[in-house]
Design a protein around this ligand. Structure first.
Ligand code: IMP
Length: 451
């Protein structure tokens, strides 16, 4: 500490929220630096469950400043819903700060995300349909609307008008294409029951006036939270106070380094914390990678160690592997150490947290992937950069003895069964990074600190 990045080491849902909440005990500022409400962080405190999509996981600490950084894409209606939900439960959100430079997810981004996925059909990415990709695309196109624009109705209206026109055009084309495809497939609905196109029935969500009014009112409500958040981070770091940079999604969903195109539209890796919060690389002192004791993935894309058997079912049920954001079933599989070692190096991790070790109790033997074999028979001991190789790579496993005991009450390394300790040691040795924290149950107290 003081600059600590928390990063997902797999395909997301590793339990970053819980670790952030724990490390927040020792921090002053917690910053989200990328992603949007595609994320879902669950924290369980004294049996009470909190789910966040946008608000940083430090919010349960009233004395900490929580920041939504410039790299986040923010749906204001969702954020206000979260703020209201927390207030109803008596949680103070007075310390929430939102970067004036963060981009807004607008209603047309959500419509485009869904329309784009529908058009892709079987080739769809399985996005969360929250408008993430279209919003980041507009940011790069310089057609984005930022949080600061909410505070000036004239600018807001002009920017929405400029952004809206190409969206209406795109949605119209997608709608026409969809009808054409349906017709070709003989799915044309009965006369009179045809699905209306954008041309026939203007979508009320795309009305310039309504959208502007609605967003002006969001601006009024969010104004007390809007700030120069990069400066806030600099002030904290310059005073030697600890800042946690909380990643969402994970390394293998990274737009540049993940399993493209089956990735999200931002950079969840540690390096992106600098851009998404506005600090320099030398402000980062530690990188904590979070991995589950097994692996999961939601949405489409390669997953070499995926299981389609009763062990995978067991992980799904015992681990409650259903998406926090979309409720979708997560695909489950063995721990993939080739992918983990890639994530360790890419993020230059200084520590690892292994979560949900308790879910593996009763599974014997345990398997971990230690190499892949290509379809031509070549041994691959590094994560392949070529998507076709990864798609057909077959994992080869090391078998390790499992453990039967219920470990949910373990609070020190010595409490863990020998097989569980050996499993952790094998992971740490292979990945080349020490494990500092192990999750043995959903509650924030259900952890084992190591060293
Ligand atoms: P998008 O981020 O909604 O565009 O979705 C792109 C891909 O990232 C899809 O496979 C999603 O399932 C996945 N994804 C996005 N956010 C999360 C997350 O928080 N956890 C796990 N997967 C995610």
């Amino acid at each position: 500490m003081p600059g600590v990045v928390i990063v997902g080491a797999q395909w997301g849902d590793e339990g970053k929220g819980k670790v952030t909440d724990l490390l927040a005990d020792r921090a002053d500022v917690i910053v989200r630096f990328q992603g949007g409400n595609n994320a879902g962080h669950t924290i369980v405190r004294d049996g009470e469950e909190f789910k966040f999509h946008l608000i940083p996981s430090g919010i349960l600490h009233p004395d900490k400043t929580c920041v939504i950084g410039n790299g986040v894409v923010l749906d204001p209606s969702i954020l206000l819903g979260e703020i209201d939900g927390l207030r109803r439960r008596g949680i103070d959100v007075g310390n929430l700060r939102i970067s004036a430079n963060a981009h807004l997810i607008m209603p047309y981004h959500v419509l485009l995300d869904t329309a784009g996925e529908t058009k892709l059909g079987k080739l769809s990415i399985g996005t969360t349909r929250r408008g993430i990709g279209p919003c980041y695309a507009d940011k790069a196109l310089r057609l984005g609307i930022r949080v600061q624009d909410l505070l000036d109705e004239k600018i807001l209206r002009a920017k929405i008008r400029a952004a809206l026109e190409p969206k209406q055009q795109a949605l119209r084309e997608l709608s026409v294409q969809r009808r054409k495809l349906r017709k070709e497939a003989g799915e044309e609905p009965a006369k009179g029951a045809a699905e209306p196109t954008v041309e026939e029935v203007p979508d009320p969500r795309l009305d310039l006036h309504t959208m502007t009014e609605e967003h002006v009112s969001y601006g009024h409500r969010l104004e007390p939270h809007i700030a120069d958040t990069a400066r806030l981070c600099w002030d904290a770091l310059d005073d030697d106070r600890t800042v946690i940079f909380e990643g969402a999604q994970a390394t293998l969903l990274d737009l540049d380094h993940g399993t493209y195109p089956f990735v999200t539209s931002s950079n969840p890796i540690a390096g992106a914390a600098c851009v998404g919060a506005g600090v320099g690389p030398t402000d980062i002192d530690e990188v904590w990678g979070i991995a589950k004791a097994y692996a999961t993935r939601v949405g489409a894309g390669p997953f070499p160690t995926e299981l389609h058997d009763e062990v995978g079912e067991r992980m799904l049920e015992r681990g409650h592997e259903f998406g926090t954001t979309t409720g979708r079933r997560r695909r489950c599989g063995w721990m993939d150490l080739i992918a983990l070692r890639y994530a360790v190096r890419l993020n230059r991790m200084s520590a690892l947290t292994i979560t949900k070790l308790d879910v593996l109790s009763g599974i014997d033997p345990l398997r971990v992937a230690v190499r892949y074999r290509s379809k031509e028979g070549a041994v691959l001991d590094r994560f392949p950069y070529h998507q076709s190789i990864l798609h057909s790579a077959e994992p080869e496993y090391e078998e390790l003895p499992g453990f039967d005991a219920d470990i949910s009450e373990c609070r020190s390394e010595a409490d863990l069964p020998r097989e569980a300790r050996d499993y952790l040691r094998f992971i740490a040795d292979f990945a080349g990074v020490p494990i500092r924290l192990v999750g043995v149950g959903p509650d924030r107290e259900q952890v084992v600190w190591i060293d």
